[in-house]
Design a protein around this ligand. Structure first.
Ligand code: AMP
Length: 910
């Protein structure tokens, strides 16, 4: 592990106590392993100790102990009530003595009580299936040279399978021409260790170089640095000598052949380093120079690529190749030649080659932008696709601002096409535009500035004059459009009288232009192409798997950490494809990533990337601490307020609206496929079943379909539409309001189909407000055109949330609310929420004025906030947008909770 050092500990060093037994067993791969087992579950008051040998701490200040163990569930052991336990204790004892024979139990300090997790892997051990738990604990060890660990059994049935002890370091690193040594992390989980760097060779200090080693083994906040001495230049973190003219002439005289000897042998050790769409090739000199010193190298490759400094006659053993296609295989050859080599090309025995695949890359900048239909307030822009799109362009972003305002305040608009109508501009004002393209690999660079001035005409110039009056001039890198108005046709003045409302509407339309449509990955012939179009390839070395949290259709689901260059480490879920898969399974598995990668919404599970170039193949998504919604609700039966439950439902419908706006039909919407994070935010996941099951047999089709959640027309004749997703959403509402009860309880699938056909619908769950059950019934309308759309459901839930007093109070026996589609009135509760406090709490107070000026002053108003809205008011940093959106849901939930409490306080006891 980079940044993690294992400490010397083997299980064989663990000494047995009285009750612990050392047992050799076969693991699931039939490899013999040593375990320590204890199982005194019948007798009360157990205290069985097992300890390790002395472990030197090697300068570590905080150590991590990873324990793999199995633990029998007391319920599975007959007749042991009362005495059987399901935990054990982990202790440590610091000592300078590496050979203590006897350590009193009371000298050990407790690290933690360890329990079997809810999540585990099933393993076959011997002839039994066991649940393998992995738990990691850490503790500060600073006082002695080493320590002992101990395990205390208090009456459980445990087998210790492995114990791994390690500490974390920040690895040797060079920043700003200063070297920072391998450094152990600090003693506390929040401590930063200050480290002074030393200047690399041929450099001197500019300002004292310093960095901090964070508790997780990552370097933070580099300050100061060094500069190369005169005559040297910085190259790849080192200072290299600049060539002088004397060097060059010396080099040229040396290349004169003195003795006509033999051609050289092949260059050696060719290595390549790929950086998106460029590659650096480096090699070492041939073993045999042929008795000459005039060696030169020539690089070769198929395709239109650029070699620098040049392709042939290379004196140095390094060449950079650029302008490669993204995500494409290339073979490069380096040939060695000297004055006696024959012909123009090196022969096979005089050359080496390497084959590699370039990375995904963002598109190149948009270069040609044209304007037309210029008026007082509007302009239409059009541009060409970038020269190197490097993938399918998902959208373009236009950034524009008044020239004299610089970039202090600008607007952003997104569009799926290569044109945009910009409205709402000021007359006779010079504007600057930049356009950039986005693919699955991210945004490319913005184009050079494109400037033009609005005029005073209410209508675009028409007729031939329009085109002939537009001139493009190139000035100082940018392009300025001059409007030389010769002929002006004023047809009518009515346009000048646009009502404000209409203008706003137009504006809104332009700010949310051409909604993106989801692309079915199964339309790609090559599944890898599809997945790389929409998902980022992650290097497996950036992933640290911690524990197994579930079992998916294709293999284990684990949690762990992902650290990408220049970013903070984040917690992620890792789904892996189990070994021995078929091509079809691989394709199906990865299709989920190709689908997920196209979405970007706070209520849709976010894809971080995929690992496809090494095994196991993995899909990395954001980590959802509370797991799937149905299990989560069952675990917390009756513990939430109605408003909290409605808050969850709102999140789900908001995600579903986004999917249906993208023309994506989920087909498997159910509480088990909703994941919940630590803030109770619900996100739609599981994009596996959405594929078309066309060529499946009838039997396979009906067994695969989740009958209880599926609309009758989808069961009967596979009519899957957003309206069939609405039906499923009604079932999810029922699951949520009943805390994870199974829809239609233990009725058989056939009975469910029959009952629905006869008009039976699920009754309101206990304490469910009538209006919510009414909404469920609307989702279960037999005729799908009568079911509400997700937009309507979202509006209804928002109204309920705004006026919970009048809408959410009635449950069961009372008279139902006539219709939800009418506006609901009622007293508003006073809230102590403020936009200032909220932004301060999430460290985004720099946007206070921006949000307030745009009217976002209450939790309600935030309900509609989208990424595009933020971009349009000047909140453009993606990480800030994400942070604000993520916390909006949290704000709503706690705000609703507050209202609920006020409602309860205001109730008068009878
Ligand atoms: P799936 O294959 O998506 O059905 O995942 C299987 C199980 O793994 C789920 O039921 C969850 O308990 C768990 N799981 C999947 N993805 C995540 C995630 N992103 N965060 C937390 N748990 C997850």
């Amino acid at each position: 592990f980079r940044g993690r050092m294992a400490l010397d500990l083997r299980l064989s060093q663990v000494r047995t106590g009285v009750a612990w037994e050392e047992v050799s067993i076969m693991d699931e791969k039939n490899i013999p392993i040593r375990t320590y087992q204890v199982c005194n579950v019948m007798e009360p008051s157990q205290s069985n100790w097992l300890r390790t040998d002395w472990i030197p701490r090697s300068g570590a200040q905080r150590i991590y102990v990873e324990i793999k163990f199995t633990l029998r569930d007391c319920n599975s052991l007959p007749g042991v009530t009362g005495t059987c336990k399901e935990t054990f204790n982990l202790y440590y004892y610091e000592s300078n003595n590496d050979r203590e024979h006897y350590i009193r139990e009371s000298n050990f300090l407790k690290i933690d009580t360890v329990a079997a997790d809810e999540s585990f892997t099933q393993v076959d051990i011997g002839d039994r299936i066991m649940k393998l738990n992995t738990e990691v604990r850490n503790v500060k060890v600073t006082t002695r040279k080493g320590f002992y660990l101990a395990f205390q059994d208090v009456g459980a049935c445990i087998a210790l399978i492995s114990v791994r002890v390690f500490y974390k370091t920040c690895p040797l690193s060079i920043r700003n021409l200063a070297t920072f040594p391998d450094t152990n992390t600090g003693a506390d989980t929040s401590s930063l260790v200050e480290v002074r760097g030393s200047c690399v060779n041929q450099s001197e200090e500019r300002e004292e170089p310093k960095m901090y080693c964070g508790a997780d083994g990552e370097w933070l906040v580099p300050i100061g640095g060094c500069v190369c001495n005169p005559g040297y230049e910085e190259k790849g973190g080192a200072c290299q000598a600049l060539l002088t003219s004397a060097d060059i002439s010396k080099c040229c005289t040396e290349t004169q052949p003195k003795t006509p000897n033999k051609p050289p042998s092949a260059p050696q050790q060719l290595i390549s380093e790929v950086n998106e769409t460029s590659v650096v090739l480096e090699w070492s000199a041939p073993l045999r120079l042929g008795g000459r010193t005039d060696i030169r190298y020539k690089a070769g490759s198929l395709g239109d690529v650029l070699f620098s400094p040049q392709q042939s006659g290379l004196g140095a053993t390094r060449v950079c190749v650029s302008e490669l296609q993204a995500h494409t295989r290339y073979t490069f050859t380096i040939g060695a030649r000297n004055g006696v080599s024959q012909g123009h090309t090196a022969r096979a025995r005089e050359s080496v080659s390497v084959t590699l695949t370039t990375n995904q890359a963002a598109p190149s900048p948009v270069t040609s932008i044209q304007a037309s239909d210029v008026t007082r307030h509007d302009v239409s822009l059009a541009w060409q696709q970038p020269d190197r799109a490097n993938g399918v362009i998902l959208e373009y972003e236009v950034k524009y601002y008044e020239k004299n305002q610089k970039e202090r305040s600008y607007r952003i608009m997104k569009t799926a096409s290569r044109s945009a109508d910009i409205t709402g501009l000021n007359p006779l004002t010079v504007y600057v535009f930049h356009v950039r393209a986005r693919t699955a690999a991210g945004y490319g660079e913005f184009s050079a500035p494109f400037e033009f001035s609005t005029n005073s005409d209410p209508l675009p110039l028409i007729g031939n004059a329009a085109n002939s009056t537009l001139l493009l001039l190139s000035i100082s890198g940018g392009v300025v459009l001059l409007l030389i108005s010769t002929t002006v046709f004023i047809i009518s003045h009515r346009r000048g009288q646009y009502s404000k409302a209409k203008q706003d509407l137009e504006e809104e339309k332009h700010l949310n232009p051409g909604v993106r449509i989801y692309v079915d990955p199964f339309t790609y012939e090559d599944p890898d192409q599809a997945v790389h179009e929409f998902a980022k390839e992650i290097d497996a070395s950036n992933i640290h798997i911690e524990k197994v949290i579930g079992i998916g259709e294709f293999g284990e689901v684990c949690s762990g950490c992902l650290r990408l260059q220049g970013k903070r480490e984040i917690y992620v879920a890792i789904k892996s494809l189990k070994a021995g898969y078929t091509d079809k399974q691989r394709r199906d598995f990865l299709s989920e990533a190709s689908i997920m990668g196209q979405f970007d919404h706070p209520n849709i599970i976010r894809l971080e990337g995929v690992v496809t170039r090494c095994k196991p193949v993995m899909i990395i998504t954001e980590y959802m601490e509370n797991g799937s919604l149905n299990t989560f609700l069952r675990k917390h039966d009756g513990q939430f307020t109605v408003i909290q439950l409605v808050g969850m439902l709102r999140g789900i419908v908001s995600g579903m609206k986004y999917l249906s706006d993208m023309s994506y039909v989920h087909r498997d919407l159910a509480a088990r496929n909703i994941l919940v994070n630590s803030n109770l935010v619900c996100k739609v996941s599981d994009f596996g079943l959405s594929r078309v099951l066309e060529d499946e047999s009838e039997a396979a089709y009906t067994t695969q379909i989740p009958i209880r959640w599926t609309a009758p027309e989808a069961i009967a004749y596979r009519k899957f539409t957003p309206a069939s997703d609405t039906w499923s959403y009604g079932v999810v509402m029922w699951e949520v309001m009943s805390y994870g009860e199974r829809p239609y309880w233990d009725m058989s699938n056939q009975d469910v189909i029959k009952a629905i056909d006869e008009g039976y619908r699920l009754p309101p769950p206990m304490d469910c407000p009538v209006c919510l059950h009414q909404l469920m019934l609307d989702c279960w309308q037999r005729d799908r055109i009568h079911r509400p759309s997700f937009t309507q459901i979202l509006n209804i839930l928002d109204k309920l949330i705004r006026n919970p007093t009048t809408t959410l109070r009635r449950t069961g026996g009372e008279r139902p609310v006539p219709t939800l589609l009418e506006p609901v009135g009622g007293p508003e509760f006073v809230s102590v929420w403020s936009v200032e406090y909220w932004l301060q709490a999430i460290g985004m107070d720099m946007y206070r004025d921006t949000l307030t000026a745009a009217g976002y002053t209450s939790p309600d108003s935030l309900l509609t906030l989208t990424q595009q809205d933020m971009a349009s008011i000047g909140i453009v940093t993606p990480s800030h947008q994400d942070q604000i959106l993520a916390s909006v849901q949290q704000v709503l939930l706690s705000h609703m909770q507050q209202i609920e409490e006020q409602m309860q306080d205001s109730m008068v006891p009878v």
